[in-house]
Design a protein around this ligand. Sequence first.
Ligand code: PAF
Length: 310
Amino acid sequence: MTRTREALAAALAVQDARAVPRPDGAAHEARPHARAVVMTMGALHAGHLSLVRRAKELADAVVVTIFVNPLQFGPTEDLDRYPRDLEGDLRLLSGPGLLGPDDVVFAPTPQVVYPDGDPIVRVLAGAVGDVLEGALRPGHLDGVLTVVLKLMHLVRPQVAVFGAKDAQQLAAVRRMVHDLDVPVEVVAGSTVRDDDGLALSSRNAYLTPDQRRQALALSRALVAARAAAEAGAGPEAVRGAALAVLTDGVPADDVHPVDVVDYVALVDPGTFAEVGPHATGPAVLALAARVGATRLIDNTELLLGGEVTA
Ligand code: PAF
């Protein structure tokens, strides 16, 4: 594990020296990239590990970053109590099929990432950062993009794998890479769910057993939305189907309603702008809800006016 910029640079030099040569810039057949990065805030679970496996498929060498980024937490949010377990994370990352001797974990402190304190110059997420998560957590996506860009500069990857569970974050990162000509390919890793449908999240650790059952309302809401879309329902009815599950629960399955619905939105996958009332084609149904004091998000892609895509 590396904790400083100097140690990271030395570990990257070793990766560079061992990288499979790609004469004339031609892609290596099996692994098209020399280095892939997976950025995390630690408290790793099977969802993160699936991103690391994807990164290993895509590149000769992988860097996993573990950094709880203060810049993306609001003043009343859970920065202090966000779960941290570096030893456990390292144990998980050394499991079968995961990090090998040439791979690197970069787990810097805030002083290493922000040596001069909070940065004066930051990335602004713009329109994609003003809605949904951005509206409820002002500055959140700006903080995410600022650290993502810094980590891209420090790690120098050709590819970065981000989880589809944070769909708005993924869209914002894609937009930043496009708008600022960052030479990194962004790849989405599918959301990993427990057998009962709950999307894996480090914040699930906050839930009591009863709250965990209640949290199933989120994935059930997505199932209802997809079923409505598949049946040909329009945007309002698709949104309504999801909202009904969040507010009423699924009594037949003993799934209680969530405590607070933050939003249920049907948005364009690229811009995260709400789709119009007669929209057809690909869309993302994104939702955020609170169960007790824990805020959870989930989403699904769907095809309005057609069959389900994911
Ligand atoms: O998704 C996360 O864990 C974080 O937002 C990220 C991308 C590591 C940036 O801090």
